[in-house]
Design a binder for this molecule. Structure first.
Ligand code: ADP
Ligand code: MG
Length: 699
């Protein structure tokens, strides 16, 4: 028997921090009192006895009960990790949650973030050699497993938010099950916010369950009598109604994405301040929450609500958030929840191989979680902006696990790198559709990452070294052959971050005029590159981004991402060379390099003037934001976006001959291509190339 909770609590109650040997601060002691009131605290002893007798433990508890912040600390005190030289990892599906929780836990443990407690998300490692407790995205832990197959540096791994069933968490579950067969010293805790724990228990060899009883208050649920046409508008209206009529308590609104949230925040602020001037309501503080916000901006959701005049209407905090606030982050003081019943979800259609983010209806389970956020501190109210019939009849019980809705190219490459060759026999909790797996193998084979027998090639191993989608990593490792790796590095970084061009509502004209200065007629990748180069020249000018309608945060993260990719390139011995500035054919060279990774994503102009994708004859429209204004015959695209229409976005014009110049034989046999105009055009090209090739041979 190791540590008991009494022993651990004695250490926590002491005067000196056992991890830093410094006296505990006053703030620490205040926070500690709050922590002792959390529902998980009552279960500490139970938890310790379970993990001391079982390698896997499943833990279920309401959002806000203290799972994410407390359980990893219980493990730290149990093992006294700082003495053992091993780490404890707690995974999160979302970057924001990993960062925000790590900060909170550093405060709770009275240490500096990045020292004893740190976080690690893609492109950002905020840890030190001292770190023994690490919050990280599930994707990062999966990446670590690629170089350390037994995850040997960890003594315990907490898979948090397992109910979300993200792709990475699902794969990690299978991996950990395997690793634990040989590493009996590794402890695995699976945590979830929903009650559906049986499936997890069964999967992990009938693991014991610890159920943390919640302390929640009843939440009254309201539905609309008719379907809402404009859910953003309806949400704003509901916020203002609550703010002017309901007693004290903060409001949480669920919307689907950054733009929508920013717009809603602005309108709520305007109209709210208007109402305030008419003395119809108290002061309000409106805070957005979405994943690309800076950490400082994210912390604002925890600020206290403004106070109203004594005797007057109450002041209120209004948080407008994406799904992050559903279970990942707990905001205390929420009494009213507004739920339009939608979220952005990944949707994949393996037949046409399109993976995209679509605003889709949430599940019943999600709707229940959302409503639950209103009853954390006292009885609350949840306003569902849809009808009760819609809830009953249209919402699924659960969302399908992400593995069923994803393009698996990246995952298959990672699994191969992990040494898992037989994907069909891998112990998935829910196996992906065979067609999806096949598509992924096919893609990787065409990219030269896998042999025909699906074993990994040298190219594949090189590609797996980059935390990128296979097309991007292929383009990157081919770029030295085109002598433009410097430019391709920049382009890759810019594609991997949120959009750098902003086009605010009401300021479309000046935004477009600003962008026009960077536009390269050959396509968007080159336009992005131009903007980046100008930014670098003006990096010290604090006004430049705003004046040019450039999202500074995105640019900064592109600079950072670029730096990290460069490091991998150098480590792998890939040459770094430039063509811009010393070769007037730079645009052609760069576009050829892009082709070497993206040759499968090409659209052809039909005689009607419309475009269709080559591989599946899907009608598409060039995105209005594109720099391409002529109507070239062949266009290479980075992504397909499904909104009201099927757009291709981030495009360059290409020459059909370049498609044949790469290493792949994708276009040598067209028999499996759909019968379309693009195919006929290609056949002509092949015939012509063959003839001219034969001619050359004769000479
Ligand atoms: P769970 O993982 O079970 O949803 P958490 O461990 O995330 O719960 O949170 C437990 C409690 O810790 C919350 O209810 C809240 O009171 C507090 N808390 C968490 N993060 C913060 C923060 N950044 N600032 C203030 N309080 C926080
Ligand atoms: Mg949590």
């Amino acid at each position: 028997r190791k540590t008991t909770s009494a022993q651990a609590e004695k250490l926590e109650d002491g005067e000196v921090n056992p991890f830093t040997n410094k006296p505990f601060s006053k703030k620490y002691k205040t926070i500690l009192q709050g922590r002792r009131k959390l529902p998980v605290h009552d279960q500490r002893e139970n938890f310790l006895s379970l993990i001391q007798s079982s390698q896997f433990v499943v833990l279920v508890g309401e959002t806000g009960s203290g799972k994410t912040t407390q359980i990893p600390q219980y493990l730290v005190y149990n093992e006294l990790s700082h003495l053992k030289g091993k780490q404890i990892a707690c995974t999160q599906p979302r970057r924001v949650a990993a960062m925000s929780v790590a900060q909170r836990v550093a405060d709770e443990m009275d240490v500096v973030l990045g020292q004893e407690v740190g976080y690690n998300i893609r492109f950002e490692d905020f840890t030190s050699p001292k770190t023994f407790l690490k919050y990280m995205t599930d994707g990062m832990l999966l990446r670590e497993a690629m170089s350390d197959h037994t995850l040997s540096r960890y003594s315990a791994i907490v898979l948090d938010e397992a109910h979300e069933r993200t792709l990475s968490t699902d794969i990690l579950m299978g991996l950990l099950k395997e690793i634990c067969k040989t590493r009996k010293d590794l402890q695995v805790i699976i945590m979830s916010a929903t009650l559906d724990a049986g499936k997890f228990q069964k999967y992990f060899n009938d693991a014991p369950l610890l159920n943390v009883p919640g302390r929640t208050f009843p939440v009254e649920v309201f539905y609309t009598s008719e379907a809402e046409k404009d859910y953003v508008e309806a949400a704003i209206r509901t916020v203002l109604q609550i703010h002017s009529n309901e007693p004290e308590g903060d409001i949480l609104v669920f919307l689907t994405g950054e733009e929508e949230i920013e717009t809603a925040c602005r309108e709520i602020k305007w109209e709210g301040e208007d109402l305030m001037r008419q003395n119809k309501c108290g002061p309000l503080m409106v805070v957005p929450l979405y994943s690309t916000l800076s950490p400082v901006a994210q912390q604002k959701i925890f600020a206290a609500a403004p106070v109203g005049r004594p005797g007057g209407p109450p002041g209120r905090k209004i948080v407008v958030s994406t799904n992050i606030a559903e279970t990942s982050l707990t905001i205390d003081g929420i009494v009213y929840v507004i739920d339009p019943g939608l979220s952005k979800q990944k949707v994949y259609n393996p037949r046409i191989r399109i993976e995209s983010l679509l605003v889709s209806p949430i599940s019943k389970a999600s709707a229940q979680q959302r409503a639950g956020r209103a009853g954390r501190t006292r009885p609350g109210k949840a306003y569902r902006l849809y009808t009760e019939t819609a809830f009953d009849e249209e919402l699924l019980e659960q969302t399908y696990p992400e593995i069923m809705r994803s393009n698996l190219g990246n995952v298959v490459l990672q699994l191969k790198q992990l040494g898992i060759n037989d994907l069909v026999r891998f112990d998935f909790m829910d196996p992906p559709a065979p067609e999806t797996l096949m598509r992924a193998l096919e893609l990787l084979n065409y990219l030269g990452a896998l042999e025909d027998d699906t074993s990994m090639t040298k190219t594949g191993r090189l590609m797996a070294a980059f935390p990128l989608d296979p097309q991007l990593s292929k383009m990157l490792i081919e770029s030295p052959n085109h002598k433009c790796s410097n430019e391709i590095l920049t382009i890759t970084a810019l594609i991997s971050v949120p959009p750098i061009f902003v086009r605010p509502r009401g300021a479309e004209k000046p935004a477009d005029a600003a962008k026009a200065k960077f536009v390269h007629q050959d396509g968007d990748h080159l336009t992005l590159l131009n903007a980046f180069l100008e930014y670098k020249k003006n990096e010290r000018n604090p006004q430049w981004c705003r004046k040019n309608f450039i999202n500074e945060r995105s640019m900064k993260s592109a600079v950072n991402v670029r730096k990290q990719l460069l490091r991998v390139m150098e480590k792998k011995g890939l040459a770094i060379t430039s063509v811009m500035g010393n070769n007037r054919f730079y645009s052609t060279i760069i576009r050829k390099a892009i082709c070497s990774g993206y040759f499968m994503q090409v659209a052809h102009r039909e005689p009607s003037g419309h475009y269709a994708t080559l591989k599946d004859n899907q009608p598409v429209v060039l995105h209005p934001s594109s720099s391409i204004k002529s109507k070239p015959e062949w266009i290479l695209y980075d992504e397909i976006v499904l909104t009201s229409r099927t757009y291709i976005r981030t495009c360059v014009e290409v020459n059909v001959d370049w498609l044949f110049e790469g290493t792949s034989d994708y276009y040598t046999d067209l028999s499996s291509f759909p019968n379309c105009d693009g195919k006929r055009a290609l056949e002509q090209v092949i015939k012509y190339r063959k003839r001219s090739g034969d001619r050359k041979k004769k000479i």
